[in-house]
Design a protein around this ligand. Structure first.
Ligand code: SAM
Length: 157
């Protein structure tokens, strides 16, 4: 199944029924599909995207950071949920200590640029970014030992 098909099944608004970002996410993430790595998603809401990632990435650990304590209920399987504010350096430091080498960081939380900036700076400090994309939703794929970012493109429609 494609990422969009899985997203439609779980009802995330990033699917082709909503913002239509999933075809872009898939282009970046398909080569990593069967790898074992940690993906951090800021913003879990009703768990739809967390379920989607768990199905699309069968060997990955999915870490969700969300300010809303209710999101904790979506923890289970390979999904972990950490409650905190992605704009708060102390929370980000705790997250970085617990998950030191995330390969993918996806920010779908507050949609504030200052939050996105500090989250990527704090969470990717142990990995060198291989590629980055930004728009209302930002994703940064990281890989140790790779050169500094070579691409930066907008996913805004
Ligand atoms: C757009 S929803 C996420 C949707 C989800 N990624 C999906 O595709 O199904 C935004 C989420 O970000 C969370 N959020 C908003 N501000 C935040 C912040 N400062 N830190 C962490 N999470 C935040 C909200 O509680 C909400 O669950």
């Amino acid at each position: 199944m494609t990422l969009d098909e899985i997203g439609l099944e779980y009802g995330t608004d990033k699917s082709s029924k909503g913002h239509g970002y999933l075809r872009h996410y898939e282009r970046v993430l398909a080569p990593l599909r069967n790898d074992e790595f940690t993906l951090i998603e800021i913003g879990g809401l009703n768990g739809a995207s967390l379920q989607m990632w768990q199905e699309f990435l069968p060997s990955a650990t999915i870490v969700c950071a969300d300010i809303n304590p209710n999101v904790k209920q979506f923890e289970g399987g390979r999904v972990r949920v950490e409650i905190g504010d992605s704009g708060a350096p102390e929370f980000l430091a705790q997250l970085a200590a617990r998950y030191p080498s995330p390969r993918v960081i996806l920010d779908d939380g507050s949609h504030r640029w200052d939050h996105q900036r500090i989250a990527f700076l704090k969470l990717s400090r142990c990995s060198r970014p291989a590629a980055s994309t930004s728009s209302r939703t930002c994703t940064r794929a990281t890989s140790r030992g790779s050169p500094a970012p070579t691409t930066c493109r907008s996913w805004s429609s």
